[in-house]
Design a protein around this ligand. Structure first.
Ligand code: NAD
Length: 260
């Protein structure tokens, strides 16, 4: 279904993005990985994708909070692979503080990385997708695109914005062979969430294990984390013919978080 296609996943040097990249590579797609981190570790991961799955993987370190690097990354991928067929706008950051104490630079950074980047990625990839008459834009939003939580003003605002962007992009591309959807994960155990668990454990003077249980109990009725591979599985489904009429939709994968 995606064999031989090119899939660009922003923020795929870690966590959910890396899981999504692995799921698509396993199906024979060429992959563009992106994100920050240790250069040697990233190269090891890139080479491992190629070796394990017999595909081509390209790394581009574009800072997706800015337009020019994303545009250049998409153009580079189109030159190398001939097309960018699937864009997964996944890169994201978090910061937790009440509104009165929320650092202004953190607000700007979260809006740029979690919301503007999805607009930039979509804007850069759509012309090629339109030309070829097929494309998938998959925005990794969050349960926080549907409901709020105290302390997360910037993140919740950005993720609600991602759902709005998803709807508009779906309307503008309806009937063209392109679909645009948003995946809304609940808790997935990645470095982004592990930091929140560690911060809560330290603040409350409890063990990391107890903080992990508290985190799930507060929001996620299944009391189980979703996995990056499960998020990748849903993204892969969105690339199938069965999903061709799903567009503009927020798809929850949150253990029941937003059911209550
Ligand atoms: P993570 O911290 O493990 O990974 C984030 C990735 O984004 C990394 O590869 C990082 O290098 C990259 N990144 C950050 N800023 C970037 C920038 N400016 N340019 C390019 N790359 C950048 O986080 P994660 O938990 O895997 O989160 C991935 C996405 O899933 C985010 O959008 C996040 O909001 C969303 N999400 C996560 C959870 C969860 O529970 N982990 C739940 C819902 C939604």
């Amino acid at each position: 279904m995606v064999k031989g296609r090119t899939v660009l996943v922003t923020g795929s040097t870690s966590g959910i993005g890396l899981g999504i990249a692995e799921v698509f590579a396993a199906e024979g797609a060429n992959i563009v990985i992106n994100g920050f981190g240790d250069a040697a570790a990233i190269e090891k991961e890139r080479a491992s994708l190629e070796q394990r799955f017999g595909i081509r993987a390209l790394y581009d370190g574009a800072d997706v909070s800015k337009w020019e690097p994303i545009e250049a990354m998409v153009q580079r991928a189109e030159r190398e692979f001939g097309s960018v067929d699937v864009v997964v706008n996944n890169a994201g950051i978090q910061f937790v503080a009440n509104i009165e104490d929320f650092p202004l630079d953190k607000w700007d950074a979260i809006l740029a990385t979690n919301l503007s980047a999805a607009f930039f990625g979509t804007r850069a990839a759509l012309p090629g997708m339109r030309k070829r008459g097929w494309g998938r834009v998959i925005n990794i939003a969050s349960a926080h695109g549907l409901v709020g939580s105290a302390g997360k003003s910037a993140y919740v605002a950005a993720k609600h914005g991602v759902l709005g962007l998803t709807k508009v992009a779906a309307l503008e591309t309806a009937g063209t062979g392109i679909t645009v959807n948003a995946i809304c994960p609940g808790w997935v155990k990645t470095p982004l969430v592990e930091k929140q668990i560690a911060d809560n454990a330290a603040k409350k003077g409890i063990s990391v294990q107890a903080a992990e249980h508290e985190l799930l109990e507060e929001k996620q009725p299944s009391l189980q984390f979703a996995t990056p591979q499960q998020i990748g599985g849903l993204a892969l489904f969105l690339c199938s013919d069965a999903a061709a009429q799903i567009t503009g939709a927020p798809l929850s994968i949150d253990g029941g978080w937003t059911a209550r």
